[in-house]
Design a protein. Structure first.
Length: 258
């Protein structure tokens, strides 16, 4: 599924969840039996559309695999090199979504966009270490479903879904003085959970943990200084990126009656 279709579907899910939250709230206000969402019973009604920001720390594990095609141009001496490294740094961004409360259960969907400074370079683990591997994860986007349970002003939730990010990979042959690189969009999945607290009626504070896996499968790196490119146009690099993050959340909930 293309990125545009995924995002379009996500927007529809959020819009539908928000519409259901409004209808369910008004149905209860009109005295229709069934769903009970009154603030007097649960103190906080979590139904509605929300937007917010988050910031925190992130750490990751990056695994590289080089295919044999790479070595035909960059003169490296070891075939099938694998390398792993673990960049860490700061992550933060914005998010938005919609909740529907049924009793004490909260159902919803959430979109997020976060920038990161996860970037690191490491030498080849083989001797002589003539290669340098560099990976940058510039941003992450997610589309997730959310399930929560509330106790008055406190909400505990789990979430999970699709993830994608902008990844730059660079490989330098220090002996030959040649650098090859590629920037690509990588798909994957994410899962996480956290807790939120309604400090004021519509101002929500929270803390969350997220685990995300992205796969860069069969990327072809470009090399302007190489006569025929790296690997003759054949995919030469694959990578798995595993990111964990802990971030504080601050959001504003637009309730149906607002």
């Amino acid at each position: 599924m293309g990125k545009a279709r995924v995002i379009a579907h996500a927007v529809l899910v959020v819009a539908l969840a928000g519409t259901l939250a409004f209808k369910a709230r008004h149905a209860n206000a009109d005295g229709i039996p069934g769903v009970v969402l009154t603030a007097s019973q649960h103190v906080t009604d979590w139904s509605g559309i929300y937007i917010g920001g988050r910031v925190g720390g992130a750490w990751s594990d990056v695994d590289w695999t080089q295919n044999a095609n790479y070595f035909t141009t960059l003169n490296a001496t070891v075939v099938g090199t694998n390398s792993s490294f673990s960049p860490s740094g700061v992550a933060g961004g914005v998010f938005g979504g919609a909740n529907l409360q049924l009793g004490q259960w909260i159902f919803g969907a959430e979109l997020s966009y976060s920038g990161t400074d996860l970037s690191t370079a490491t030498a080849s683990p083989f001797f002589p270490a003539i290669d340098t591997f560099t990976t940058e994860l510039n941003w992450l986007a997610t589309v997730e479903g959310r399930l929560g349970y509330s106790w008055n002003r406190t909400l505990v939730f789990v979430k999970g879904g699709w993830a994608g990010g902008d990844v730059k990979m660079e490989l330098t042959d220090n002996a030959a003085g040649i650098t090859a690189s590629t920037t690509t969009f990588a798909d994957g999945w994410t899962i996480g959970g956290g807790v939120e607290y309604a400090h004021w009626d519509s101002v929500i504070l929270g803390l969350e943990y997220d685990y995300t896996t992205l796969n860069v499968g069969g990327a072809t790196v470009g090399c302007p200084t190489c006569p025929s490119g790296v690997g003759g146009g054949v995919p030469v690099i694959s990578s798995d990126i595993h990111v964990s993050s802990v971030m504080a959340r601050l959001s504003y909930l637009f309730r149906p009656e607002d």
